[in-house]
Design a protein around this ligand. Structure first.
Ligand code: FES
Length: 705
């Protein structure tokens, strides 16, 4: 450090930082524009000029390195005059109307003009006449607003080393463009957003930021992480995966999720639906990367590491060993509590085991992930149905009800009690346990979600000769994942979207189902279905088995002693997760209805935190498992980056898979995981770029004109 004096004020600054940055770091504002803390200086705008005692010259303070005892003046008549001249030059080609600019109110140029008390307007204004370029994905350019500070060029060249942007000239007018005047994607742009981040004006703009002005910046910059119910640090684990550090990648995931491999197989991957890469060609295969790294992790970092607080002496009972219950159990154990999980069925896993067929999720994956939790000290009692949770309060300090939704819904429909009518939950549980299902040869599944497809595809594997699936929803709003629908159709399942279920026909035994076409379908404010049918669109499918896959409820009654809410849920305050009974909490599907495994994990985490607070802890269940990443600024150039194709997993053909319950999706292969990881835009790195501080945030903010 050296001591310098700026406008009479002594400050200590680093010898490695320019005088401008030293001043800014010490809260002293010197006007500037082309300077950015993370970029090399180019000294082009000359707004930061100062004079040094002993010299008649002025010099840009961004180019001036401090020396012990240096005395600097940032204000004088000469400096003001030259600054106004520099500002006039910057503004000569800039539009006068700022109110239409997307950066209005947040523009560094605008705040600079305010600091200067306005421009002198001596320069003749001219219009640059560039056309706004909105053809690129994610980013748009309006070169009319550019003041050629060159921050974007330095961000692209020096910071990221992508080398796509440069200064260009057209009809004597300089502008920033791509090297060969092609679209960003065709020049190998990595769409990291650094150029938009450092642009001080409204020249280079982030389309998603413009479209989402009210969202938190981090959520717009990192939509995958924002969409994930537990906010897994997705770009970070993808970087570890790219480097071949599968332990590091898994540790990042395990900081939030105790079921990474299971989720690698079956997660509904809402993150992929939000992935910005899809604006270029196709979203990242995030779920498959998760599966690959967790299947290839040795356990380094996360198996032995992580938090384990000393025993608190408090006892918690968790009812239900599904993903919500087991997640809560793990984190409560890590907080030092004595945790017992009581599971009514003969094995742990909940819907992972009894709802999802094993061709989608091998049982050894669930076993291994449950074992990790019990190895950490969670006691598991299977075959232990809790009828009266209130009585658990005699032995435990807190109770969590995570009983899931294991009771299928039989719609009130003529013929719903005929022989041959089955219920999704019972059917899938019997399939999972290898028990008799009482299914016939021609099956109709009623429902359009993933569970309905699990039923239909299981029926195919059990040997049904014909399987059809019908649902109220139109094809584009069916809730099942697209790949489920596609793979089911490949296996010969006929899918009939937009159908009403008129009645199940038959006398004694099922003989078929009558349907009509749906013209429109919505729910009213009371969640009642309002359906408009197409006249004369009657249709019948012959069958001997009907499987209702039209919803699931919790298997609980008022006799349990807890207040029952909508659709037989446990009435629970969504904020506190408290039920009607003090000390009894609830989480997962049983409070909000059937959602996804990752939602259940999120709910289990929240329950752990709230119960820990209830028991006197701080509720902080966060833990650090992954190793520190080195600071990353450069990502380099990759020819054809925007066209890199999504790597798909290796999957058995329909014929190979449809007569057995064996795993058929083998995930990404060894040679593809790095390639797929390379496709990531690494949007998170943008959040490491220093944000500018506008002049009114500094202590020396008096307007000096
Ligand atoms: Fe120093 Fe632009 S900030 S010359």
């Amino acid at each position: 450090m050296v001591e310098i004096t700026i406008d009479g004020k002594k400050i200590n600054v680093s010898e490695d930082q320019c005088v401008l940055e030293g001043a800014l770091t010490n809260g002293i504002y010197i006007p500037h524009l082309c300077h950015h803390k993370d970029l090399p200086e180019n000294g082009s705008c000359r707004m930061c000029i100062v004079s040094v005692d002993g010299s008649n010259e002025v010099t840009p303070s961004c180019k001036l390195m401090p020396k012990e005892g240096m005395v600097i003046n940032t204000k004088s008549e000469k400096i003001d005059k030259l600054r106004f001249l520099a500002l006039d030059l910057l503004l000569a080609g800039h539009p006068e109307d700022c109110s239409t600019c997307p950066k209005y109110g947040n523009c560094e140029l605008q705040t600079l003009i305010q600091y200067m008390g306005g421009a002198s307007n001596r320069m003749r204004r001219r219009s640059k006449g560039f056309k706004e370029n909105k053809e690129n994905p994610l980013i748009e350019h309006d070169m009319n607003r550019c003041v050629l500070c060159g921050r974007c060029v330095r961000a692209c060249k020096n910071l990221r080393e992508v080398n796509v942007l440069d200064y260009k000239k057209e009809d004597m007018e300089t502008y920033i463009g791509t090297l060969h005047d092609k679209l960003l994607k065709d020049e190998g742009c990595r769409f990291c957003g650094a150029c938009a981040e450092v642009c001080p004006t409204g020249t280079i703009r982030d389309k998603l930021m413009i479209a989402n002005p009210d969202k938190k910046k981090e959520d717009v910059v990192l939509p995958c992480k924002a969409a994930c119910p537990v906010h897994t640090d997705i770009p970070k684990y993808i970087r570890f995966a790219k480097a071949g550090d599968f332990d590091g990648a898994t540790a990042v995931i395990r900081e939030k999720i105790p079921f990474p491999t299971s989720l690698g197989y079956i997660c509904t991957h809402v993150c992929e639906l939000s992935c910005k890469r899809k604006e270029l060609n196709d979203s990242m295969s995030i779920r498959n990367i998760k599966r690959y790294v967790s299947e290839h992790s040795t356990g380094k970092y996360w198996k032995e590491g992580g938090k384990q607080l000393p025993d608190t002496g408090k006892k918690v009972c968790i009812v239900g060993a599904g993903p919500a219950g087991m997640t809560a159990a793990l984190y409560l154990r890590k907080q030092g509590h004595d945790v017992t999980v009581k599971e009514a069925l003969s094995n742990a896993g909940g819907m992972l085991r009894y709802g999802i067929p094993k061709y989608r999720l091998p049982r050894e994956v669930i076993d291994e992930e449950v074992k990790f939790i019990t190895d950490k000290g969670v006691k598991l009692e299977t075959g232990s149905k809790v009828e009266k949770p209130i009585e658990l309060k005699n032995d435990y300090d807190a109770v969590l009800m995570a009983i899931g939704t294991h009771k299928g819904v039989r719609l009130p429909l003529e013929g719903n009690d005929l022989k041959g009518v089955l219920i999704n939950t019972d059917f899938l549980r019997n399939v999972s346990e290898g028990k008799e299902t009482n299914m016939g040869e021609r099956v109709v599944v009623l429902g359009g979600g993933n569970v309905a497809f699990d039923c239909a595809r299981s029926a195919v594997r059990l040997g049904a000769k014909k399987v059809s699936l019908a649902c109220l929803e139109a094809r584009e709003v069916m809730t099942a994942d697209d790949e489920e629908i596609k793979e089911a159709q490949e296996e010969g399942i006929e899918v009939f979207p937009a159908k009403t279920f008129e009645k199940i026909t038959g006398e004694g035994n099922v003989t078929g189902v009558d349907f009509m076409n749906v013209l429109s379908f919505e729910f009213d404010e009371n969640r009642r279905a309002i359906i408009t049918k197409e006249p004369n669109s009657e249709m019948h499918i012959d069958c001997d088995t009907v499987i209702f896959a039209t919803g699931q409820r919790s298997d609980i009654s008022p006799e349990a002693g807890l207040k029952i809410g909508r659709a037989n849920s446990i009435d629970t305050d969504f904020e506190t997760l408290k039920t009607s009974e003090d000390g009894i909490f609830a989480a997962g599907d049983t409070i909000y209805g059937t959602k996804s495994v990752i939602e259940a994990v999120a709910s289990g985490r929240k329950a752990a935190s709230l119960i820990d607070i209830y028991l006197g802890g701080d509720g902080d269940i966060t833990e650090k498992l992954a190793p520190e990443e080195p600071e990353i600024t450069s990502i380099g150039h990759i020819d054809g980056f925007g066209d890199l194709e999504r790597k798909e997993p290796k999957i058995k053909s329909a014929n190979e898979r449809k007569d057995n319950f064996d795993k058929f999706d083998f995930g990404l292969c060894d040679s593809d995981v790095c390639g797929e990881s390379t496709r990531c835009l690494q949007c998170d790195l943008r959040l490491n770029i220093s944000s500018p501080r506008l002049w009114d945030e500094y202590s020396t903010k008096e307007v000096e004109v």
